[in-house]
Design a protein around this ligand. Sequence first.
Ligand SMILES: NC(=O)c1ccc[n+]([C@@H]2O[C@H](COP(=O)([O-])OP(=O)(O)OC[C@H]3O[C@@H](n4cnc5c(N)ncnc54)[C@H](O)[C@@H]3O)[C@@H](O)[C@H]2O)c1
Length: 310
Amino acid sequence: MKRSEVRNILVAGGGMMGKNIAFVFSSEPSFRVTVYDIRETDVPGGIRLSCAQLLEKGVLDPGELEERLGRIGFTTDLDSEAVKSADLVVEAVFEDMGVKRETFAKLEARCRPETIFCTNTSVMSPSEISRELKYRERFVGTHFWNPGHLIPLVEVVKSDATSDETAQTVMEVLSDVGKKPVLCRKDVPGFIANRMQHALWREAISIVENGIADAETVDLAVKYSFGLRLGQLGPMENADMVGTDLTWSIHDYILRDLEDSHRPSPLLTKLKEEGKLGFKTGEGFQKWTPEETAASAAALNEYLIDMLYS
Ligand SMILES: NC(=O)c1ccc[n+]([C@@H]2O[C@H](COP(=O)([O-])OP(=O)(O)OC[C@H]3O[C@@H](n4cnc5c(N)ncnc54)[C@H](O)[C@@H]3O)[C@@H](O)[C@H]2O)c1
């Protein structure tokens, strides 16, 4: 299917990600967006909540929000017209292989053979999720990042069967709704960005575990140094900026000392086993009050809005 043929968008799963993904697609006036969920869900209410800070900061006009909400429908009926006529489906149901496979099997039995299927899985293999489908070439991963209505990146992940045309169409649709799609050419765990993110987290945890610095200091070291640059200067451009010769010398000296464990760290395992689960329980690597956890989420949204819209 070509980009020009895409009009009807179905978002399967109206949870935290699904609502925000539906809102993203509603930015294109020619799209008719429907959220499908197995249970009744207040999609407009959830979107209004997500958009509160955008409204407060004047980035989103209340009239535009209402207009966009008017383009988003909701159904719990798999046999509805919205499912049958979907051109592109983005699945955001529970992160469970069985649930995802079953959802796509049911959708494939009802949608047209041309319909493009996308999965918003965070970590699962699109090749595995689509293994039992008939039209595997029109199945692709679309990994939106949370909060889905703010973070621009969507990783478009080819499975072992995704056609170039499917990937291309999805990239174009995502660009048209204001996202920054990037193509992940191989179906590997963590796709592109989470591989890098968790390489950093592994080292950060190791620094704490080995008593080199405490958790708060690790975060300060990131926020006030390369974290500031990253939004403008990625690691590959940075390596060229300082020179591949200097990068080689640094790696020749330091890589042998960096954390390279293939298992979750003993410290992380201990915290998990002791029920120190972070914000959820008030303690993880650090202690957190309910006020601090609420302030953290609000501060992140505010920071993202200032960065993206100021
Ligand atoms: N939360 C994140 O930070 C994040 C980030 C990126 C990707 N994801 C991925 O997005 C997907 C959804 O995550 P979420 O955080 O929105 O979860 P969620 O639990 O908030 O929402 C899941 C929704 O799917 C619905 N659902 C479950 N089974 C269904 C079915 N068979 N058919 C239709 N709807 C069904 C549920 O009723 C619920 O509303 C997951 O695959 C997750 O890994 C999550």
